[in-house]
Design a protein around this ligand. Structure first.
Ligand code: ADP
Ligand code: MG
Length: 248
């Protein structure tokens, strides 16, 4: 079982990238579990034709107990099993704690033992790398980290922070940053800027994803572009990225 975490600044394209990679992996016959770790709880929406799963934290709020196996998530496109941690009531509580509670529940319900996935994808908000948000990299959940970034300053700033957080835990033999995923915003000298950052941190750029209006076109239909039109160049880029992840 390969366990990847996709980190990056909010709004940079983590969920889009993760869901498309999951869809691409599913299309080559891999069993995938995707776990959205963002209070926005929209990581898996495009795998579910726009019909969201109930986030685990919402379940706790509504029923005081956590969900059982039949309610922790649902299968979406290509059999990808979709889970969302969700978050606290805005202004109350800590989002990180929701992530940890969800991971504990996944262990307790033996979700991975029951589904035996080939790949687990964690889609994690990386603006603040507090205890909870670093849980996927700290407690042996994800082994291989990829950071989504554009050439924008704030995206690279978040990427640098995530890199530092992972380095801080490295001595304990946990996860490693394996590469950067460039998701273009079409700022000036974007490739050069991200390449310089990559070289400085000794990381490869494992994908170069163009800005593509087709992504939003299919998003409006509740789909990944990989599902919507597998022949598009951008869909091919996501499939190549999925292959690359399996090979690194
Ligand atoms: P995050 O999960 O990092 O918060 P999302 O994946 O939800 O970000 O992306 C934010 C918005 O940007 C979405 O509406 C998505 O459709 C759009 N988006 C992401 N990547 C691209 C891209 N390569 N081309 C066009 N739109 C994109
Ligand atoms: Mg997201």
């Amino acid at each position: 079982m390969r366990k990847f975490a996709i980190y990056g600044k909010g709004g940079i394209g983590k969920s889009t990238t993760t869901a498309n990679v999951s869809a691409a992996l599913a299309s080559i016959g891999k069993k995938v579990v995707q776990i959205g770790c963002d209070p926005k709880a929209d990581s898996t929406l495009n795998l579910l034709h726009g019909e969201p799963v109930m986030p685990v934290m919402d379940y706790y709020r509504q029923y005081t107990e956590g969900p059982d196996f039949d309610h922790i998530g649902r299968e979406g496109y290509g059999g990808v099993f979709c889970i969302e941690t969700g978050g606290p009531t805005p202004g109350l509580g800590c989002a990180g704690r929701g992530i940890i509670a969800t991971f504990d529940l996944i262990d307790e319900l033996e979700v991975f033992e029951k589904l035996s996935p080939d790949v687990v994808m964690y889609d994690v908000l990386g603006d603040v790398v507090c205890g909870g948000f670093s849980a996927p990299i700290r407690d042996g959940y994800a082994d291989e980290i990829f950071i989504v970034t554009s050439g924008e300053k704030m995206a690279l700033y978040a990427a640098a922070n995530i890199f530092k957080a992972v380095e801080n835990f490295k001595s304990r033999g946990y996860a490693q940053v394996k590469g950067l995923i460039l998701n273009r915003r079409n700022v000036d000298d974007e490739y050069e800027t991200v390449k310089a950052f990559a070289d400085e941190h000794g990381l490869p750029i494992v994908a170069d994803i163009p800005r593509s209006k087709e992504i939003q076109f299919y998003e409006n239909k509740g789909m990944t572009v990989v599902e919507g039109d597998p022949e598009l160049p951008v869909s091919r880029i996501y499939r190549d990225l999925a292959q690359r992840l399996l090979e690194v």
